[in-house]
Design a binder for this molecule. Structure first.
Ligand code: ARG
Length: 459
């Protein structure tokens, strides 16, 4: 039999069964039960602290709430759709357990400030977990970068060989992107960690509540400044999803590179078997499923960002039921991002680098052409003239199928007599890479310094 609704007093007819199911959120918001119970315990403690309920009533409420929490933990709790959401399921069980005393818990509170508080508590934990995972991934990238600090590979622009770089430098580019993602998450945590509880339905409450007290019990920085804003805005969640979408966008870029690099055509890396799958029809295949899936999942997180922005758009103050739709995107974003970062951490820890192939690719694409032009400038030519001369040499190289580093002095000096024996110092890949020796450059010494700084930064 359906239980009586906690809000049923003014209704004479019962809810249509379809509407009941349509409006219920318990199927998904039950995930907030720890946060909901923590919020209720803090609220009851505050009510006793200011004398709105007695100490003994508070004790009964807290004991029963802890009992409900363990019932849920152990899977013995019966979630009821006729009790709509996580909040009313827990409250009606509380009343079932301790009768009239349980009815006092909702004094000076509404589900509107309750749910806004629950999501903030949930996201605060989520951000902390994600930050820890991100740091682990960053640490793995630093290990790869250090191991490959002098490994030469072609650097690309427009996916055409541009200039030689080191693989360590390339890994550090990824590291930097993730470091900004980490900072963005830490920053949005500041705005998550503010407490709406006490806003009640929208206008606050006539009871003499002490919101600072509740906030400190729950580890919030402070109570929200405005009750209408507190119950209604979900900008903090949108910020979290936005930071996550950027993080996934970064991972999708890494994925694209890993997929290309592990192809036979590039042959720069090999992903370990544990992170790949085979094909049921083509026996030779080893597919980079993990990076492909992460690349795909970035679309899903971007989609949730658009959902939440659209959910919030044009909502009048204060709370509207629209906001019930915030939970599934928030949960899915956190799960997706945590899983993607975890997969990346394991995968990158085991990546193997095919140094000879990277080197051969760097040697094959006229990647030291800029170095030769710079050499000519050092010999007194204007850069545009130097550019022209090297262009001609590249054309000659294409015709004769020779890289600049494979030409002899006669060939190299055919368009400019300032080219002398010392040109060979700059035409080697090692020379090219180590000449970019300034902060942010690809010289192995600089990359090593960057790795050391980064290690200090991530602690
Ligand atoms: N399940 C609701 C939500 O997720 C809780 C708040 C409901 N408030 C209300 N007045 N109907 O937003």
């Amino acid at each position: 039999m359906a239980k009586k609704k906690l809000w049923g007093g003014r209704f004479s007819e019962s809810t249509d069964a379809f509407v009941e199911a349509f409006t219920a959120s318990v199927d998904f918001d039950q995930r907030l039960y720890h946060q909901d119970i923590a919020g209720s315990i803090a609220h009851a403690s505050m009510l006793a602290h200011v004398g709105v309920i007695s100490e003994s009533d508070k004790e009964k409420i807290v004991t029963a709430l802890l009992r409900i929490e363990s019932e849920i933990d152990l899977g013995g709790f019966q979630w009821r759709i006729d009790q709509e959401d996580v909040h009313m399921n827990i409250e009606s069980r509380l009343i079932e357990l301790i009768g009239d005393v349980g009815k006092k818990l909702h004094t000076g509170r509404s589900r509107n400030d309750q749910v806004a508080t629950d999501i903030r508590l949930f996201l605060r934990d989520g951000v902390d977990q994600l930050c820890v995972s991100l740091r682990s991934l960053q640490a793995v990238l630093l290990d790869v970068a250090e191991r490959e600090v002098a490994t030469i590979m072609p650097g690309f622009t427009h996916l055409q060989v541009a200039q030689p770089i080191t693989f360590g430098h390339h890994m550090m580019a990824w590291f930097e992107m993730l470091d900004r993602d980490f900072d963005r998450l830490k920053d949005c945590r500041k705005r998550i960690n503010i407490m709406p509880l006490g806003s009640a339905a929208l206008a606050g409450t006539s009871y003499p509540i002490d919101r600072e007290y509740t906030a400190s019990l729950l580890g919030f920085e402070r109570p929200t400044n405005n009750s209408l804003d507190g119950v209604s805005d979900r900008d903090f969640a949108i910020e979290f999803v936005s930071a996550s979408a950027l993080l996934m966008t970064h991972l999708s870029r890494f994925s694209e590179e890993l997929i290309l690099w592990s192809s036979a055509q590039f042959g720069f890396i090999e992903l370990s078997d544990a992170f790949c799958t085979g094909s049921s029809i083509m026996p030779q295949k080893k597919n980079p499923d993990v990076p492909e899936l992460v690349r795909g999942k970035s679309g899903r997180v971007n989609g949730h960002l658009v959902s939440l922005l659209t959910l919030m758009k044009s909502q009048p103050l204060a709370y509207n039921k629209d906001n019930q739709e915030d939970k599934e995107p928030i949960f899915d974003v956190l799960d997706t991002v945590l899983a993607s970062v975890k997969a990346y951490t394991g995968m990158m820890a085991e990546v193997s680098v095919k140094r000879e192939n990277m080197l051969a690719a760097a040697a094959g694409g006229f990647s030291t052409a800029t170095d030769l032009a710079d050499y000519l400038v050092r010999k007194g030519l204007a850069f545009r003239d130097a550019h022209e001369i090297v262009g001609k040499l590249v054309r000659y190289g294409i015709k004769t199928d020779k890289d600049l580093s494979e030409m002899n002095l006669d060939e190299l000096s055919q368009y400019s007599d300032v080219i002398k024996e010392d040109v060979f110092d700059v035409l080697t890949l090692e020379g090219s890479v180590s000449s970019r020796n300034h902060v942010g450059g690809t010289a192995p010494d600089q990359v090593m310094a960057a790795i050391q700084k980064a290690r200090q930064r991530i602690g």
